[in-house]
Write a protein of this length. Sequence first.
Length: 96
Amino acid sequence: MIQISDTAQAHFRKLIERESLPGLGVRLSAVNPGTSRGDVRLEFAEPSELRGDEWAIDCQGFTLWLDAASVPFLDAAEIDYAALPTGGQLQIRAPR
């Protein structure tokens, strides 16, 4: 399904712990999938903000929620984070 690197998980976990909100997770969805304007949206989400049809991926210390309609477009996606002297770079590659 989706590959999320250990460094990306550590980055999200650090941000989530900073917020101190119970159940806070990360939601990923496809925007304009299948078009030349295709993109992904990554956002933090509390349980009350979920619609209930999301797919859950348990990560170390948080849940990655996938928008149900976006699942076919996010299959085989890769999420990585590289720490840089200027902060860091989050990369999301979704082949579809």
